[in-house]
Design a protein around this ligand. Structure first.
Ligand SMILES: *[C@@H]1O[C@H](CO)[C@@H](O)[C@H](O)[C@H]1NC(C)=O
Ligand SMILES: *[C@@H]1O[C@H](CO)[C@@H](O)[C@H](O)[C@H]1NC(C)=O
Ligand SMILES: *[C@@H]1O[C@H](CO)[C@@H](O)[C@H](O)[C@H]1NC(C)=O
Ligand SMILES: *[C@@H]1O[C@H](CO)[C@@H](O)[C@H](O)[C@H]1NC(C)=O
Ligand SMILES: *[C@@H]1O[C@H](CO)[C@@H](O)[C@H](O)[C@H]1NC(C)=O
Length: 183
């Protein structure tokens, strides 16, 4: 019994210390963005969105442009993949024919976006950079095309998701240009 108490105390204080350190070291969003993140995000349409997105990944504070490209294209891919699932859910929930035909367009668009972003991810894995910006552009256009499918509808069901994917692709395209030197 005595042995248990004398051992558990130091472990508890270590746990407290660990919490203390974590609480004080972790608020990445309030850290100054790195020069690289600043340079990238400054070239996007929404600096705050860009910084928040990149800093939602713990690798960002130490990331070089190659890692940052993985983070950006990974975020875009995950977003598109999850919206593709969401569209399938929306299709199940609503039997209006007009709504179905509009969503059907978006379903194709997101299939395309996911496949292009997957291709981009594979290109990154093989350090093939020249096609990245174009792939990001195609995925971005897919989100525009889906947005247009709901033109005239007062609250389009994918409005904010389309906007997010567009901005994520924009970040990817800016990073892609770091490798190919074009702008
Ligand atoms: C950010 O972009 C603006 C113009 O778009 C430029 O004037 C400014 O120097 C840039 N800042 C950085 C840190 O790159
Ligand atoms: C920019 O992004 C931030 C964070 O996502 C958002 O709160 C803000 O509304 C966006 N600004 C514009 C002009 O879209
Ligand atoms: C993409 O979504 C599917 C479900 O539709 C899921 O099974 C898969 O794991 C997702 N892919 C990634 C890489 O997250
Ligand atoms: C679909 O409908 C179910 C039951 O009404 C609801 O729980 C779910 O959130 C809906 N999904 C979407 C994507 O609207
Ligand atoms: C289906 O979508 C239409 C068009 O957005 C909407 O008016 C209707 O209320 C929806 N029906 C259901 C069951 O969600």
């Amino acid at each position: 019994m005595a042995g248990f108490h004398s051992f558990s105390f130091p472990y508890l204080s270590l746990a407290f210390l660990a919490c203390f350190i974590l609480i004080h070291a972790s608020p990445a969003a309030t850290d100054e963005p790195t020069r690289l993140v600043d340079k990238v995000c400054n070239q996007t349409s929404n600096y705050t969105f860009c910084v928040e997105t990149l800093y939602s990944d713990p690798r960002t504070p130490e990331a070089d442009s190659y890692t940052l490209a993985f983070i950006a294209f990974g975020a875009a891919y995950t977003n598109a993949n999850s919206t593709r699932d969401y569209i399938a859910e929306l299709l199940k929930n609503n039997s209006s024919q007009d709504y179905h035909s509009r969503l059907g367009i978006c379903s194709h668009d997101y299939l395309r976006a996911v496949s292009k972003l997957e291709e981009a991810y594979n290109d990154l894995n093989s350090e093939t950079f020249f096609g990245l910006a174009k792939l990001a552009g195609v995925a971005s256009k897919a989100s525009d095309h889906c947005q247009n499918a709901f033109r005239g509808i007062s609250s389009p069901p994918l409005g904010s998701r389309n906007g997010d994917l567009k901005r994520l692709c924009e970040i990817g395209a800016v990073i892609a240009k770091l490798f190919t030197g074009s702008s």
